[in-house]
Write a protein that binds this ligand. Sequence first.
Ligand SMILES: Cc1cc2nc3c(=O)[nH]c(=O)nc-3n(C[C@H](O)[C@H](O)[C@H](O)COP(=O)(O)OP(=O)(O)OC[C@H]3O[C@@H](n4cnc5c(N)ncnc54)[C@H](O)[C@@H]3O)c2cc1C
Length: 439
Amino acid sequence: MAWTTHEVFNQFDELTDFNLLTTDAALGEALQRAGAQGAVPALTAYGERLGCADTWHLAEQANRHTPVLHSFDARGRRADAVEFHPSWHALMALYRAQGLIAHPFQSNDAGRWTAWAAGFYLHGQVEQGTLCPATMTTASIPVLQKEPALWAQLQTPLFSSDYDARDVPLAQKRSIWLGMGMTEKQGGSDVRANTTLATPLGAGGRGGEYLLRGHKWFFSAPMCDAHLVVARTAEGGHACFFVPRWCPDGSKNAVHVQRLKDKVGNRSNSSSEVEFEDAWGILMGEEGRGIPTIIEMAATTRLNCVIGSAAMLRQATVQALAYARRREAFGKRLAEQPLMRTVLADLALESEAALVLAMRLAEAFERDNSPAQRAWKRVMTPAAKFWICKRAVELTGEAMEVLGGNGYVDSSVVARLFREAPVNSIWEGSGNVMCLDVL
Ligand SMILES: Cc1cc2nc3c(=O)[nH]c(=O)nc-3n(C[C@H](O)[C@H](O)[C@H](O)COP(=O)(O)OP(=O)(O)OC[C@H]3O[C@@H](n4cnc5c(N)ncnc54)[C@H](O)[C@@H]3O)c2cc1C
């Protein structure tokens, strides 16, 4: 458009309308290495869908129009409902339809973990907030599989690729999402400091009913159909409870959302503070075994942090390269300036290294029956989370700088990645905690 005072030139839009998979040779090679060729057609279609301008727009909208909490309905009844922009639902539906929630648990195909990781990596380049409930849902599956009665009830809606956002009891849902509640005000890293108290309704024990009283200081995605919650019992120490949003008698469970967090990034996702006012739950595993259950889930959620941060690095690099190849300064394209070339080369190197490590880690989850792979996975999960998540904080900033002032404008893709990056370092075990975990 010609303005009256000047002509706009040497300005370039962010890169959209490209296939995220076919333009990523390293990702294609990772899929081949893992024997996941069978997944390539579906992932290619997903890469095309995610890369189109419409999907980038959805991501921008979902992070601009953040979730809103409605504590009560218009007549004063407790609602604890979170309202999302339609773009959030569209992105959640996209991920769900791809079958990515349960893929590694639904098939025995070679490369299933890598195929799943590739889908997560593609989605994470465009929108990360939706990956929070997705991660928690996926990570809850191996834990729920150990509880036969619950699993019989939940397998079908967990495996479903049909997005169902309705806030209705579990039995009526076509598909469900799960969250996790560990962190309390007095401590998140040290889950043993949890004070939320679970009291048995009858004899208690595995599969028994309990009432939970206490709080969680961080409780993401409170609209999930259930959360796995750590609480202590009077006798047995810490335990893990399945706490649905609705009780079996059709009443809303007493999980009261106090407020939503006002966050630096991860804005599309709702993270809440909750109080349990005798919330109904079912004991999973044995009393006193809550921490090992959480650690089992954390292995998967930490893998997701690694893949998610590698995804941020990739997209930050792609956007930086695309911009530098078009933008000119001092008579040359930025990408032709010697110093800028070294910046871009460093970004590309770290991005590809992060991808290779993330995919190698995903493969280790598949080869879990080998003691050597298990040991490698045990050490490399926290090590990779420490390194890649921290590097994403630094390098999304570097990529932002490649775009100069345009990168710092709130609606830019690199700005969103920059705001998002630190959270992967913090949640699911912060940096120091990862170091201690390796030791
Ligand atoms: C957006 C967002 C969403 C979240 N969603 C959820 C959720 O859904 N469910 C949930 O349960 N939690 C959630 N969390 C909480 C998150 O998991 C915790 O913030 C995290 O585990 C750290 O706990 P903390 O905040 O209590 O920090 P602290 O435990 O107080 O730790 C503070 C710092 O001290 C360091 N530290 C701790 N112990 C040691 C030690 N022994 N030696 C050296 N350093 C140490 C940590 O690495 C950290 O850097 C969320 C957090 C965020 C930011």
